[in-house]
Design a protein around this ligand. Sequence first.
Ligand code: ADP
Ligand code: MG
Length: 339
Amino acid sequence: MSNIIQLLPDHVANQIAAGEVVQRPASVVKELLENAIDAQATTIKLVVKDAGKTLIQVIDNGIGMSVTDARLCFERHATSKIKLAEDLFQLHTKGFRGEALASIAAIAHVELKTCRDGDEIGTELRIEGSQVSGQEPCVTPTGTAISVKNLFYNIPARRNFLKSNNVELRHIIDEFHRVAMAHPDIRFEMYHNGSEVFNLPVANHRQRIVHIFGGKTNEKLVPVEEETELVTITGFVGKPQFAKRTRGEQFFFVNNRYIKSAYLNHAVNAAFEGLLKDKAHPTYFIYLDVDPKTIDINIHPTKTEIKFDDEHALYAMLRSAIKHSLGQFNVAPVLDFER
Ligand code: ADP
Ligand code: MG
């Protein structure tokens, strides 16, 4: 009997990996925005058509790429962000897996224009089915513009599985909010089908939150601040009288990365104990800064889960910081819901 195992060709491996990284247009938006941030952009523009189903474009004024890097960035495990396994525990970038662009290029048509500061001429590249289908020098501003077109064009099952434009756009806006809230020092713009959706100037955290959620948000916010050896906690919780029955605005950011944590959510709820009516959910925007050595982000390809070394201590500190803030601002228990 002959042997039957063979190595999968790259484009097949990429398509399989893409299944984990790219669930929907919003996943592409997240990956491209994060790359722009890692490239030290100070202005990032997101252009979307048909809720991302036909076009997702991110234009940044970051460091750009050389000709060689522009080709290499679409290879799997190609990254400028880590070199050694140890680097996983001192991450200062959003990316590190070197997987996003390879995955996206396996399931969409991609166009890249990029130029580094000081380079006289930039590079334009087109990718189809993980292969470079065109490359020429081009004149383009310093930075990078990536267009992702016809997402899942080669995977009809995934394309059909996409929800209505309203739903997919909602996911994109949610992702955009999370990234924009984590980086108020960056200017963000978003356009959908030619109309401006957001134009967020450089701001502080409070201003960015108010820009996104509207002027009325400002009066609802109670600042939270705490610094210990383990963690620096900043951000805001909503005053209890504004809590709603539906889970509204609840955000954790760890080292400027949006994460989900049922455990930390529990800590916030514990801090609000006695202040909320049954089943009401507090609003919160909590920023935790910790030593990258004390966390593991490499749990899932989308990086929305984190493993903390000392979860229990973090829980206690977060709860006490919020309790303290609520106490300081003389927040009294509420007896009824806001209508
Ligand atoms: P990762 O972000 O994990 O490194 P990606 O596949 O997202 O992997 O990107 C691969 C590489 O391409 C990055 O490490 C970076 O060097 C380069 N790159 C991607 N996007 C940009 C960008 N907007 N500006 C400059 N370089 C970029
Ligand atoms: Mg990336």
